[in-house]
Design a protein around this ligand. Structure first.
Ligand SMILES: [Zn+2]
Length: 131
C-alpha cells in the first residue's frame, strides 16, 4: 500500500488486485476497491480508466456516490454534490454554534472546503511491484 495517498490519483496494484484513491468529494477518506469479479472491475482504454460498478461511500460521513469513467468522476445523480454541500453547511453552522456557546467571538471560516470534481483526475498511478 502506498504510504501517501494524493487526492485525484487512483493507485492500482495488480499484485494485490486492488485500487485505492481518496474519496472524490474531498473529505480525505481512503477508498479501497478490490479488483475482483465479485467486487470492482477496472478497464483501461484509450479514453482512460473506468471502474465498475459505482463507488458508494456509505460508510463515510459524506456518503458520496460516484463513478470513475474514462478518468472522470461522474457523480451519481444531481443530489450528491448538493447533499455534500448541504452537509458541509450544517457542519459549519454547528461549529459556529459551538464557538458562540463557548463565548469565543471567532469568525466563521471564510474559505469553505473545496469540493473536488467533477473533473479530470490529475493522473493515474500504476503502482506496481517487480516481483
Ligand atoms: Zn467523501
Amino acid at each position: 500500500m502506498p504510504k501517501v495517498i494524493e487526492e485525484g490519483v487512483l493507485y492500482i496494484s495488480k499484485k494485490y488486485g486492488t485500487a485505492i484513491h481518496k474519496c472524490c468529494c474531498g473529505c480525505g477518506q481512503k477508498v479501497v476497491t478490490p479488483l475482483k469479479p465479485t467486487e470492482w472491475s477496472l478497464s483501461v482504454a484509450a479514453g482512460g480508466v473506468t471502474l465498475r460498478p459505482s463507488i458508494g461511500n456509505w460508510s463515510f460521513p459524506c456518503r458520496s456516490h460516484y463513478w470513475i469513467r474514462n478518468n472522470r468522476v461522474v457523480w451519481a445523480g444531481d443530489m450528491s454534490a448538493a447533499e455534500i454541500e448541504r452537509g458541509r453547511r450544517l457542519d459549519r453552522a454547528a461549529k459556529q454554534e459551538y464557538f458562540a456557546r463557548a463565548g469565543k467571538k471567532r469568525a466563521a471560516p471564510t474559505n469553505p472546503p473545496t469540493v473536488q470534481g467533477p473533473g479530470l483526475w490529475k493522473r493515474f498511478t500504476k503502482w506496481l511491484t517487480s516481483s
